[in-house]
Design a protein around this ligand. Structure first.
Ligand SMILES: [Fe+2]
Length: 228
């Protein structure tokens, strides 16, 4: 079992208070404002494994129960091939990347116990292995201004590669090139809005009486998630 109860603060005020505390501390430590926040409660079975992938937003993982090991990999080639990263930003594909076992030599391995929190560079590939314990964590997704610029620069690089056959590169630091690419991405999204999400997985609702999973259409999901 692997559940991500997304944007939980919109439904439960107790979690909204936790969300505010987490981001206040992050902002105080980094001096960066955060926005587009989404705190989800991750509940996962003993020995569950989250495969090698990356997230375009920034992520902070706050661990609450059980023990899990997070492996974080470098953001460059061959760990995160740019065409695949751009495909994720363009929502052509889901967040999974191609994994090779030798990548583990370059991984940072973090054993997380309750009370531990970690964040990593934007779009850094990672995977997670639960120990033999039920795990509960908060997955805090967010953007900062530099992260927003970088996400949109990746998007424009994807367009340049696909539409013009170029081989664009992403610079490490935010500079004029990334800002210009971000502006192009924003304009492009206005003219051609990207899909709301990558190809959707099958969506289920858990029947509270029978505990059976009922398959839903993707349209039913947004109705279910509409805040009261
Ligand atoms: Fe992730």
């Amino acid at each position: 079992m692997w559940l991500n109860l997304r944007n939980v603060g919109a439904y439960l005020p107790e979690y909204k208070a936790i969300e505010d505390t987490v981001f206040e501390q992050f902002e105080a430590a980094t001096g960066e404002r955060t926005f587009k926040r989404d705190v989800g409660v991750l509940i996962s079975s003993p020995n569950e494994h989250v495969h090698y992938h990356l997230d375009i937003p920034m992520v902070c993982l706050v661990h609450l129960r059980g023990q899990k090991t997070v492996y974080v990999y470098p953001c460059n080639e061959p760990f995160a091939p740019q065409p695949q990263v751009e495909g994720i930003a363009l929502r052509e594909q889901e967040e999974q990347l191609t994994f090779q076992s030798q990548f583990d030599k370059a991984a940072v391995e973090l054993v997380m116990n309750p009370g531990d929190a970690v964040t990593w560079p934007q779009a850094a590939p990672h995977r997670v292995q639960n120990s033999d314990s039920l795990c509960v964590s908060l997955s805090c997704e967010f953007l900062t201004l530099p992260a927003l610029i970088r996400a949109n620069a990746i998007y424009t690089n994807g367009l340049l590669r696909r539409k013009l056959g170029l081989k664009p590169r992403l610079t490490d630091k935010i500079g004029l090139d990334q800002i210009a690419k971000a502006a192009i991405a924003r304009a492009s999204k206005l003219v051609n809005p990207p899909p709301k999400a990558a190809p959707a997985p099958i969506v289920f609702e858990l029947d509270e009486n029978t505990l059976e999973l009922i398959e839903l259409s993707p349209g039913a999901l947004s109705a279910l998630h509409a805040p009261a």
